[in-house]
Design a protein around this ligand. Structure first.
Ligand code: 2U9
Length: 344
């Protein structure tokens, strides 16, 4: 019996050494120390032993139990420690690894161009004025010398909401509103940037929504030469000091006389190329002296006051400045396009 116990002890201890996890340890514990295990069986068979041997074997059996139990506990502790170390190793952070690059956005190139143009006119004494994009027919057309039935206000060309309300087709109603607020007293010296809407089919050069910057300067003795000086300064600051401007006669219902302004072509310096269609000049904006009817409708005495006005499309300015060939690039927001202008 002594040998049997010794044998069981060795067997259990070598199984404990080989045990890989808690489950295996538990199985060893149950099979050797459990009620149906071999040691219990030895103790049950003690009745057959001579009396004097019983306490000796009993004590030995208890010692074997104890040794196995202690080894099981020690092994369990070792497995727990190993598991903890593995977990810590797996979760450790290498603080020397480089961080993830966070892509940063930036203002849209049109936003930046509009802000640059605003700054340049602020530098010449203009203030920035804004107004509603949903506008009354009166301010969008009537107050600008475009009475009902005028061909330029065709229903087909504007987004009407009701008979009297529409999406503004230009930023001119902002000037009309600002003049009205001044109650016939000058000076009014403003630029009006903003979104405008026209019923158009989108293509490379047309968009149903685009932006405008318009300017207005009303005071006593404002002349065409003031307009020319301001626009010349604008053109040189945006396109370069080596550019020339020229004014050609034109027509707008809200200005008289009206002009269109060209800048000399940077590709050919006035000699003629594909960008300027071999004319040496590129059209960039429209302008003129404010029509007396417009001054009167806004409450100004057209005998005392005069003014100039101009209007431009920042998309067109940007297309010429950066060689962009399709107006839809501004609105489809492909980052491969947009990010080229992050430092512009
Ligand atoms: C008031 C009086 C006069 C604004 C003007 C233009 C000429 C012009 C176009 C340029 C290209 C619009 O962006 S575009 O499509 N604009 O040519 N705009 S004079 O004249 C005004 C405005 C308001 C009270």
């Amino acid at each position: 019996m002594r040998e049997r116990l010794e044998e069981l002890k060795q067997e259990a201890l070598s199984k404990i050494v080989e045990a890989k996890d808690t489950k295996q340890l538990q199985e060893i514990r149950v099979s050797y120390l459990g009620k149906k295990g071999p040691i219990t069986e030895v103790l049950r068979g003690m009745g057959k032993l001579p009396k004097e041997e019983r306490p000796v074997i009993g004590q030995l059996a208890n010692e074997v139990r104890e040794v196995i139990s202690k080894e099981l506990d020690a092994k369990q502790e070792q497995l727990d420690q190993e598991a903890l170390e593995a977990k810590l190793a797996e979760e450790s952070i290498d603080v020397t690894l480089p961080g993830y690059q966070q892509p940063s956005g930036g203002p849209h190139l049109l936003t930046k161009l509009i802000e640059d143009i605003e700054d340049l006119f602020i530098g010449m004494g203009f203030e920035v004025a804004e107004g509603p994009e949903v506008e009354q027919d009166y301010y969008n057309f009537e107050a600008l010398n475009l009475p009902k039935g005028h061909p330029a206000r065709d229903m087909q060309d504007s987004f009407y909401i009701t008979e009297e309300l529409l999406m503004r087709t230009h930023t001119s109603p902002v000037q009309a509103r600002t003049m009205e607020k001044h109650k016939g007293k000058g000076p009014v010296k403003i630029i009006c940037p903003g979104k405008v809407y026209r019923r158009d089919t989108d293509d490379a050069t047309h968009s149903h929504q685009f932006t405008q910057i318009e300017g207005l300067y009303v005071d006593e003795n404002v002349r065409m030469s003031d307009l020319k000086g301001v626009l010349n300064s604008f053109a040189k600051q945006i396109f370069g000091q080596n550019r020339e401007i020229r004014l050609r006669p034109s027509f707008f219902p809200f200005t008289e006389p009206s002009v269109e302004m060209d800048i000399s072509c940077k590709m050919c310096h006035g000699e003629g190329c594909s960008v300027c269609k071999h004319s040496g000049w590129i059209e960039i904006l429209g302008a003129g002296m404010v029509h007396p009817n417009v001054l009167r409708m806004a409450g100004f005495d057209s005998e005392i006051y005069s003014g100039f006005a101009f209007g431009m499309g920042p998309e067109r300015i940007a297309m010429l400045k950066y060689g962009i060939e399709d107006i839809r690039h501004f609105y489809t927001n492909d980052v491969r396009f947009l990010k080229q202008f992050h430092h512009a």
